[in-house]
Design a protein around this ligand. Sequence first.
Ligand SMILES: Nc1nc2c(c(=O)[nH]1)N[C@H]1C(S)=C(S)[C@@H](COP(=O)(O)O)O[C@H]1N2
Ligand SMILES: [Mo]
Length: 366
Amino acid sequence: MVRLNWVHHVHGVLFIFLLSSGLFLYFSPSRTWFNEIQFPLVTFHLWISFFYGIVILYSLRSVFQHIRQKPYIKGFNVWLNVSFIIIWIISGLFMYFQAFLPVQVGNMAVTIHGWVTFLFLPWVLMHSIGHLFNIKLPWPIWWKGKAKPPKLVEENRLDRRDFVKFTLLGILFIFIGAGIKWLQPILDVAGEENKRSGYFRIYNVTSDYPHYDNDNWQLTIDGQVDKSVVITMNDILRMPSKTIIDDFHCVTGWSVRNLEIKGVLMKDIFKEYEIIPLTSFVTAYSGDNVYYDSFTVEQLIEEEAMVVFQFDGEELVNPQGYPCRLFHPRMYGYKSVKWIERLEFTEERVRGYWQVRGDYDLNGYF
Ligand SMILES: Nc1nc2c(c(=O)[nH]1)N[C@H]1C(S)=C(S)[C@@H](COP(=O)(O)O)O[C@H]1N2
Ligand SMILES: [Mo]
């Protein structure tokens, strides 16, 4: 028989760790302003969930034996916890493997993971308060019609009025929890259909960046191709452009949502100039002479990467890569090379700036 008291405490402590790290990652202000710790925090959250899962599995049999003897409130609490834990684990696994799943499935998992947490919070609060002040609610007995709600529960120092207040408070908590979740998307889009939300935090590995104007910028395409070409801004502007509304995600945690992105598809550039790649790999270089990243030809062509020259209907500002930057709709911001000035086709896949320095994924899909 497992020591259930002990299990209860360990469970509580692990849960607090999970909840605090989870909420921290959930709310974009905390995620954004402390973005350096986001990644360690995700790892932390995962490890704690792992231990949490082990504790649950290890104690489950004893817990169920125990509630067979004390079925009422304990049974309710256990079943509530077990159901939520199952939802967290499943949605958590979907989140973990989102790279391999359709975007909508990943998003859905994130939504569910957050939702159930908010729904669970009121119970957590009541339960914790109950334990801290040693209040044990008699209500399940009442529910089951086995006893009337006691006028005064000596043991719990609760009379009926307290009891009613407590229950109403609980319901209020649930509404607050759910309300925050409901309201959030409403606040985010504030009426308009595609209002952008979030801001770019300018991220440059160099402190001084190149200054171009439309006349001196050009994009060179060379390396292992049948012929090299040089494209000017005028060329870009006269090609068919494409405007999409999409989200921009930096791997450190901040996102800009519903961003209007205008540019020319790589596919169209290749078609226009009849460029025939002789290899499968491309490296995109920034005009800052420091930043670069690599792609497969397929990623640039089939997956609709663009050379972007407008955000939200305006030219890019200089720190954001004026006049052009790369954008891949399914990859993290670090693949979005600013001041793009060269695409070099190479025999082998080159490891980019962040792949050499950090353990950033080569493909960078989110
Ligand atoms: N040339 C260059 N491009 C770059 C970077 C950089 O440091 N230099 N940072 C990348 C990263 S990590 C992100 S998240 C985005 C940030 O875009 P922003 O500066 O427009 O917000 O640009 C990407 N492209
Ligand atoms: Mo980034």
